[in-house]
Design a protein. Structure first.
Length: 389
């Protein structure tokens, strides 16, 4: 196993300039969710050059791909993200983390014939919105994998244990009746009042739900002119909770808030998902422990898990196969994700060094899983146990 690791480490160092150039190019030319045409193509070009068999587009998604090398089992997948955020670019560091996975895949391809099993590199666009991993999970893309993994970029801290919140993105459309707001407002039914009352109802609900639940929303549409009673108003909310079962109960109560607001304002309300639903993370301690030892061996200083702070479609993957998503700092300064500062940091030398180190960690972990049957069994057992919890 040591010889295999030494070989992939050498390949990673050799190919790292191309991976760094890819990451920087994406930083300079960010593409938002479901528009990552150039970004996905550039990942595919590198993987094709390394000898992977490519499906692109993949799973009915124009900017998704799957690159495969090797046959049979065990099977390990490296997940690649590359979507940016509107206006602020790669402020979540997907340019760096995606290049990590692709570089690790290229290194593992050099072991073809020496490493039994199959390595997949899967391009998973739109993590920031509709989450391609959600659709892929539903269609069974990950079902036969022994482990699916990626490393996410972080600002100032690194940790292996990762959890994410289940999330439903819901849109509530209130419908009323127009009237002249000055001459005859009594003839109208104010849809915006329905939205406002729903916000108040949800605010009152907060004191009766668990503190780890998150509810945050906006008025998406609020009318067209001040002198017209709004006949249509739209609110959009993200509802989040650590477990899907708890989230379902919170959403049920939110529906009652909407119905009550409509009843009180004599309007009508309908709702729908405006984005796909994200699941919570099924964690896997044996996989995490192995990755912790690998990252420490590579000189990464690990911190305790700071608590779930958001949602990700990696959660959906973790319900279909063992999965993990450590966080690796790409800057020595503590820095929040989704900020212009983080986007700028992705092009600094520290981010380039983290990219190479992260690729080594992913490649080493893949070798461990593919070579160690006992480790694979313990990862599988933990997955089955945690999935039922």
């Amino acid at each position: 196993m040591r010889e295999l690791k030494d070989k992939v480490q050498k390949v990673i160092e050799e190919f790292s300039p191309k991976a760094i150039a890819l990451s920087d190019e994406l930083a300079l030319n960010p593409e938002v969710s479901e528009q990552e045409y150039s970004s996905s193509r550039k990942h595919v070009e590198l993987l094709k050059e390394a000898g992977f068999e490519i499906e692109y587009p993949f799973c009915g998604i124009e900017t998704a791909f799957r690159a495969v090398i090797g046959k049979g089992s065990p099977k390990v997948a490296l997940l690649v993200e590359y979507d940016a955020l509107p206006e602020i670019g790669h402020a979540c560091g997907h340019n760096v983390s995606g290049a990590m996975s692709t570089l690790a895949g290229i290194a593992l391809a050099s072991l073809k014939g020496e490493l039994n099993g199959q390595v997949q590199v899967i391009g998973t666009p739109a993590e920031e919105t509709n989450g391609a991993k959600i659709k892929m999970s539903k269609e069974g893309v990950f079902d036969e994998l022994d482990l699916a993994m990626m490393i996410h970029s972080g600002g100032g801290v690194s940790y292996v244990h990762y959890e994410c919140l289940a999330m439903d993105a819901l849109e509530f459309v209130f419908k009323g009746k127009t009237a002249h707001a000055a001459a005859s407002p009594w003839e109208g039914r104010n849809a915006l009042n329905g939205v406002q009352l729903m916000f108040h109802a949800l605010d009152m609900l907060r004191q009766h739900i668990r503190p780890e639940v998150r509810i945050h929303g906006i008025i998406h549409e609020g009318g067209t002119a001040p002198n017209i009673v709004p006949e249509r108003a739209v609110a959009r909310f993200y509802f989040r909770a650590p477990k899907r079962s708890l989230l379902n109960e919170v959403v049920r109560k939110a529906f009652n808030c909407a119905k009550g607001a409509a009843l009180a304002t004599e309007t009508e309300v309908d709702w729908r998902n405006f984005e796909l639903s994200f699941d919570d993370m099924v964690t896997n301690r044996p996989a995490e422990e192995k990755m912790e030892s690998i990252m420490r061996e590579l000189g990464v200083e690990l911190s305790p898990f700071p608590g779930a702070q958001g949602s990700s479609d990696i959660g959906n993957v973790s319900h279909r196969c063992p999965a993990m998503q450590p966080v690796l700092s790409i800057t020595p300064r503590k820095m929040a994700l989704h900020t212009r500062e983080l986007a700028e940091a992705t092009m600094m030398d520290e981010a380039h060094h983290a990219l190479v180190r992260g690729a080594k960690a992913l490649a080493f972990m893949a070798i461990e899983v593919m070579m160690d049957e006992k480790l694979r069994s313990s990862i599988r057992e933990a997955f089955e146990k945690e999935k039922q919890a």
